[in-house]
Design a protein around this ligand. Structure first.
Ligand SMILES: [Fe+2]
Ligand SMILES: [Fe+2]
Length: 453
């Protein structure tokens, strides 16, 4: 029995049941049938599991300890369950053997009530085979104060390995392939454990180390996007290293040209574009021809290919970029737009960069991936600075998957322009605070990344 699939299926069966009890009388056939399907499937699971447990933690749903990913397929069902548990402040629901159809219907009925009534019903009514754990006051806030040490370690380890890898290639020294593999799996694990946590670290944009930071950020963004579309661990690892190596061909181009601030001449631009071709050679140099390097070679060669057939290197009409190349194409553009560089001293605000991606779907970017990417980062990506209607400044800490225009923020500047260690506010909850507009953290002397470290 695949626990992951079982969880997804059960979530999928719960949704119609909940909808049915909202509309119909509890004895209506639609309700009874939906409940029957749910209990039948659960009964089947109980042949191998003693109990079934759904836990909500930081907008993630865990089914018997396995995190259910937000994938295109089943996204709405999972989002719905997350929302429901969030509104009713439910930490976990456990279903036990011999769960009856009646219980399932009764429980669905009280779930649709408002918070106060639901809490009253759940504490007074006896459900023999359903146990509910309610969040303690402030428990949700505490989730933020967890130890970020491991995440930070993964990021900086990865940065170190990326720097070594590129520097060794620059100077023609031997490359340590093993350590980069370890690092990639570290990133894959971080993404699957807490996607928003590691995504927040991509706000680290080190001007002096642009190439290393950029490579790592593209790798992380690609992993997050790859996870959303349901790639397995092995393919995520391939995608992660392809993201890391996409610009590796730049080691064959002089640093003067790469760091040039002035507008490039036609010849210089031509040389610059060759990094896609050089990438193939550099990757071949470092590793044999295994599946991972084949993927990385393809991505390095195709990452400037556009969805509409344009881009470089020149290609035959029939040549289409692979899925991995299309993923990296988006993440590469996003990170490049949002980073300050010699010829782009003022970067795009994250929400604006997303808009550029959105409006260039079909032309530059795969439209479906562009949609999933926007969904993943939200309207205001983690690390964005927001001017609030209260006159304060907030930093986006985390997305609300269901309300992507209302993220969770931390107040970091007060009304009088003083830097403060303010509260974390969920803009999706009942609050006076509204977003006025996104703003540049630099105006307030803020280094967004520092808040995530
Ligand atoms: Fe590139
Ligand atoms: Fe790039």
């Amino acid at each position: 029995m695949n626990i992951y699939l079982a969880g997804k299926t059960l979530v999928g069966l719960f949704y119609p049941l909940f909808k049915a009890v909202q509309v119909y009388d509890i004895n209506n056939n639609v309700v009874v049938n939906a409940a029957q399907k749910f209990t039948d499937y659960a009964a089947n699971l109980f042949s191998t599991m003693s109990s079934i447990e759904f836990v909500r933690y930081r907008d993630y749903i865990f089914f018997n300890k396995q995190r259910l990913r937000y994938e295109v397929d089943g996204y709405a069902n999972l989002q719905f369950l997350n929302n429901l548990l969030k509104t009713q402040r439910i930490k976990s629901i456990t279903l036990n053997r011999r769960l009856t159809q009646r219980e399932v219907i009764d429980f669905a009925c009280i779930l649709k009530e408002d918070l106060a009534l639901f809490h009253k019903e759940v504490s007074t009514r006896k459900f023999e085979h359903i146990a509910v754990e309610i969040l303690k006051p402030d428990e949700e806030q505490d989730e933020f104060i967890e130890d970020r040490k491991a995440l930070k370690q993964t990021y900086f380890k990865a940065l170190k390995v990326t720097r070594n890898l590129m520097q060794n290639l620059w100077t023609g020294r031997q490359v340590d392939v093993k350590s980069s593999r370890r690092v990639i799996y570290g990133l894959v694990d971080s993404i699957s454990h807490d996607e928003f946590g590691i995504l927040a670290l991509t706000t680290i944009k080190n001007f002096d180390e642009y190439t290393f930071n950029h490579s790592l950020n593209v790798s992380i963004l690609s992993l997050a996007l790859g996870q959303r579309i349901g790639l397995d661990r092995k393919n995520l690892a391939r995608l992660g290293s392809a993201g890391l190596l996409h610009d590796i061909g730049k080691v064959e181009i002089s640093k003067e040209l790469i760091n040039k601030i002035q507008k490039l001449s036609d010849t210089e631009w031509k040389t610059m574009k060759l990094h896609s071709n050089f990438g193939v050679r550099e990757i071949l140099k470092t590793r044999g021809l295994d599946e991972t390097s084949m993927v990385a070679i393809t991505v390095a060669y195709q990452h400037h290919w556009n969805y509409d057939g344009t881009g470089y290197p020149l290609r035959e009409k029939a040549d289409e970029p692979t899925l991995f190349s299309r993923i990296v194409r988006i993440c590469d553009s996003y990170d490049a737009m949002t980073t300050a560089r010699g010829y782009q001293p003022v970067p795009y605000l994250p929400h604006f960069a997303l808009r550029v991606i959105w409006s260039n779907q079909n032309r530059l970017f795969d439209p479906i991936l562009a949609k999933v990417f926007t969904q993943l980062l939200g309207i205001y990506p983690v690390g964005s600075c927001l001017e609030l209607t209260t006159g304060e400044i907030g930093l986006v800490m985390r997305q609300n998957p269901s309300t992507i225009d209302l993220p969770m923020i931390k107040v970091i500047v007060d009304k009088n322009n003083n830097r403060i260690d303010g509260p974390i506010v969920d803009l999706a909850s009942d609050t006076e605070m509204k977003i006025r507009r996104p703003t540049y953290p630099q105006i307030y002397g803020i280094n967004a990344a520092a808040y995530f470290l």
